[in-house]
Design a protein around this ligand. Structure first.
Ligand SMILES: [Zn+2]
Length: 437
């Protein structure tokens, strides 16, 4: 599947291509973004990481998703620089930071669109308030972006939906039917939107031109089987235009159908392999390492691990169906990590020996080298050789892995070891900070 419309640079492709996330973040920020016409009366706005869609109707504008809080000025300027019609209805495809927080300028300007979302979006917002600091830490680690440590923490930080629904909701706007359908996938609060009169499907994050974000090591449970069900349901619609939450719009019914079905097959394959591993009594790490992507799917553009990874999806399936015990008896009630590290250093004959072996292994087995480097550092975090080794080995590991989530975890350790990591403040800020775009 290829891209049909020209658009903004994509943060995942930049990062997968070797650009550091903080530089990629600068590259994708577009304060002067303008709406681009995807097809008659449907426009895409790409202010940073996410897509916002504006559909003209005879009753006014329908907006699908709204962007990050830090996109608010750009989105407002883009919409009001192009359209005079009132904002009639806004649909949040889900309550993530990049989809449901960009409407503030419209509200401040006195606009009062109807805001529609699945009922779990309000539950998500309640959870976000209880876990604001956690979300701040996790987003900073995952993205390494200057504007994502912000986490909403008070009711006023959220834009609350006016209308919520449970399974399905049909809206009639400007004489057209907008069919909102709920399914679980990346989240439990997702909506996809089908406009049959236009053969137009807004998929939310069910389709993003990257491997499904269905195993994220930093986040709550995902739903691969329900995601595949939703893919198959959307594939049967006969959509000719698909508007994804990230990446470029897809035009052409066959490409849309095959893309969705390929994604469903990809997810079902990982689930089946994982369940087979669980049923065979394998340890969790054995299952994750055993996952193989079917050959005819492995090279497809829209299933590349630029964000998530198949191994992480397997871990998510394990979490759903099994307990957290990983199969290693010593891990049930383990010794402290630093204690294990110090013992290994002692057995190796000292930090320098462990560091030397880590460097040697890095040439042939980066995964194994990472264990040794991390032990050397954990045992002696002030030892300059251990620090240099962890920086070297984990930077290589990050560079070798296309997944932004992997890079985030590895580079967090690198930046701690080289002293460049800025610790978060103790309190999650209640507003995007002054450094935010
Ligand atoms: Zn998203």
């Amino acid at each position: 599947m290829a891209e049909d419309t020209p658009g903004a640079p994509d943060v995942l492709n930049l990062v997968a291509g070797g650009v550091r996330p903080s530089e990629a973040a600068a590259a994708v920020r577009r304060p002067d973004v303008v709406p681009l016409e995807v097809c008659p009366r449907a426009f895409i706005i790409q202010p940073s990481l996410v897509n916002i869609y504006v559909l003209e109707t005879d009753d006014g504008l329908v907006m699908i998703d709204s962007g990050l809080a830090t996109d608010a000025d750009a989105v407002f300027a883009a919409v009001r620089g192009r359209f005079d019609a009132p904002l009639h209805t806004v649909v949040f495809t889900h309550g993530h930071l990049d989809h449901a927080f960009g409407l503030r300028r419209f509200l401040d300007a006195g606009e009062r669109p109807r805001i529609v979302a699945h009922e779990n979006v309000t539950r998500r917002f309640d959870t976000y308030m209880r876990t604001a600091r956690l979300n701040s830490l996790v987003n900073k680690r995952q993205w390494q972006l200057p504007f994502l440590p912000w986490a909403p923490s008070t009711p006023g930080d959220f834009i609350w939906p006016d209308v919520t629904y449970r399974d399905a909701l049909d809206l009639r706007i400007g004489g057209e039917r907008f069919a909102l359908r709920h399914a679980k996938g990346e989240t439990d609060d997702h909506t996809w939107v089908w406009v049959p009169g236009r053969k137009l499907l807004a998929s939310g994050d069910f389709f993003c031109m990257t491997m499904p974000n269905c195993g994220n090591p930093n986040k709550v449970l995902r739903y691969p089987e329900e995601w595949a069900d939703a893919d198959e349901e959307m594939a049967a619609l006969g959509a000719e235009i698909m508007l994804p939450g990230h990446g470029q719009p897809i035009l052409g019914s066959e490409r849309i159908r095959s893309g969705l079905l390929e994604q469903a097959e990809f997810l079902r394959s990982i689930v089946a392999q994982t369940l087979a591993g669980l049923n065979a009594g394998l340890r969790h790490d054995e299952i994750a390492r055993s996952i193989r992507i079917p050959e005819h799917l492995a090279d497809l553009d829209h299933l590349q691990p630029t964000y998530d990874r198949p191994e992480f999806i397997a871990r998510n399936v394990i979490r759903r169906y099994g307990g957290w015990f990983d199969g290693y008896a010593a891990d049930l009630l383990p010794a402290a990590g630093e204690e294990i590290a110090a013992e290994v250093v002692g057995l190796a004959g000292g930090t320098d020996q462990l560091v030397a072996r880590a460097r040697e292994l890095a040439e042939t087995n980066l995964a194994l080298a990472c264990h040794l480097a991390e032990w050397a550092y954990l045992a002696n975090p002030d030892d300059p050789h251990a620090r240099a080794c962890v920086v070297e080995v984990f930077t290589r590991r990050a560079d070798a892995d296309p997944s932004l989530m992997s890079k985030g975890v590895y580079m967090r350790l690198v930046r701690t070891a080289d002293g460049s990591y800025e610790p978060e403040s103790e309190d999650a800020p209640s507003q995007p900070g002054p450094g935010a775009p």
